[in-house]
Write a protein that binds this ligand. Structure first.
Ligand code: GDP
Length: 421
């Protein structure tokens, strides 16, 4: 459960303010106290919490209640805006024809990140060369080669030579690639030797992006890690392992702790498990307001091109059919379990929870859907008692099962309708 309970706690605190016409200082104090606890639990840095709450308080009191907003909505908006201000940095732009240098402690997720970046570029038809600058660990070199192979991206062949020669050999391929991504050696603890090597590599490669990869689980110790890399030019952070992290604190604190922009988030071990940095999307996720963009991104990656484009445009118009449901179920199945998808939609989780505990192959549901005629799938409203009986018989289920599926579908449809707005 990415980002844990912060969103729920904040929302509960705000909801308790209620929607009466008068908000007292006492109401606000109480809500802020609860939000403070939630932020502490999420491991947000203390100075960040202090400033954040002060700003929310000032705004809440300073503003007359806007006519169309109830007090709880108003506070909710202020919290959202202030949280956005905590993380806001410019949208990430990966300039073409440039190098990316990936650095970080051993095990932080450098090699995995290289694969993710290459995977992302490949999906955009941007060519990449992957280069390992870690001759000290043959396993690291082969790990990169395996990733490159699996996603169909070129990897610079390994030759026995020093890292500087390798870097230059890679740069000589510059005309043939949009990006050259360099993976570097990491140590458990930074040592002088490695730092000097990285400094020298930086002067040779002159990368446009010098990324420091940090395991998000280290929380606020990220300050110490980045300090140990302070001899280097850095212009961005990539946070890994957010899927294993229940605390959003590091994301919310980073701007005040380091003043380096977050550019990329790792959300799993596979090349496709990432999020490009997008402040609004992240704050939506943290506050548990769902994230349709990510859902669509994840789902469509698995669909064929026509289906993908068609479904996307339909869903955007708020049209969601039973045939789409079939596509969704297939996609969810391919992604191995629903949990990663369900979390993205508030409210949707509860609807599909029953399915998750059952058979994730959706056998029953698919049987019901395939017993329907094309016409029925297009317009389930025509499903009267006798049609339902026929479908139940055809699928070896009961009318109750059919009704349950239709109810769930109706609820999903409503959700998608809301998102389209
Ligand atoms: P490196 O030593 O810095 O190159 O780190 P690796 O890329 O080899 O990653 C170390 C371990 O963390 C590997 O087992 C990766 O599969 C895992 N890993 C990397 N990024 C993520 C992530 O975003 N989520 C999860 N769950 N695991 C990750």
């Amino acid at each position: 459960e990415m980002f844990g309970r912060l969103g729920v706690s904040v929302r509960n605190a705000v909801q308790r303010i209620g929607n009466g016409s008068v908000v007292t200082q006492k109401d606000i104090d109480k809500a802020l106290r609860e939000i403070r606890i939630a932020l502490l639990e999420a491991d947000v840095a203390l100075p960040v919490i202090k400033t954040f709450l002060q700003k929310v308080q000032d705004q809440a009191l300073g503003r007359n209640l806007v006519k169309s907003l109830y007090p709880d909505q108003l506070i909710s908006k202020i919290v959202y805006d202030e949280m956005l201000a905590l993380v806001n940095n410019d949208p990430v732009h990966w300039a073409r024809r440039s190098s990316i240098l990936v650095m970080g402690l051993q095990g932080s997720g450098k090699t995995t990140l290289c694969g993710k970046l290459a995977f992302m570029f490949k999906a955009q038809n941007i060519s990449t060369l992957l280069v390992s600058l870690d001759p000290y660990r043959p396993a690291a070199q082969s790990q990169l080669a395996v990733i490159g192979n699996s996603i169909g991206v070129d990897v610079l062949p390994v030759v026995e030579e020093d890292v500087y020669t390798t870097a230059k050999r890679a740069l000589s391929k510059t005309p043939f690639y949009d990006h050259i991504i360099f993976d570097t050696a990491g140590r458990l603890h930074v040592d002088k030797e490695l730092m000097e090597e990285l400094v020298q590599l930086q002067s040779i490669i002159r990368a446009k992006e010098n990324l420091l990869v940090c395991d998000s689980l280290i929380g606020q110790s990220i300050t110490e890690v980045s300090k140990s890399f302070s001899k280097l030019t850095l212009n961005g952070i990539a946070l890994s392992k957010l899927d294993a992290n229940h605390k959003a604190g590091v994301i919310l604190s980073l701007k005040s702790l380091l003043d380096l922009p977050i550019k990329f988030l790792g959300t799993g071990e596979k090349p496709q498990d990432f999020m490009q940095w997008d402040a609004k999307r992240i704050v939506n996720r943290i506050l548990d307001q769902g994230d349709i963009a990510e859902l669509v991104h994840k789902t469509t990656q698995l669909l064929s091109h026509e289906t993908h484009a068609q479904q996307l445009s339909r869903i955007q118009k708020g049209i969601f059919t039973l045939d789409d449901l079939i596509v969704q179920m297939d996609a969810m199945q391919k992604m191995g379990g629903l949990s990663s998808i369900l979390k993205l939609i508030p409210g949707m989780g509860a609807i599909l929870e029953s399915l998750q505990n059952k058979d994730t192959s959706f056998k029953k549901e698919k049987a019901i859907l395939s017993s329907m005629t094309v016409k029925e799938r297009k317009d389930p409203k025509i499903l009267d008692a006798s049609r339902k009986k026929r479908i139940a018989r055809g699928s070896g289920t009961t009318v109750q099962d059919v009704n349950q599926l239709l109810t769930r579908f109706g609820e999903m449809k409503k959700m998608f309708g809301k998102f389209s707005k």
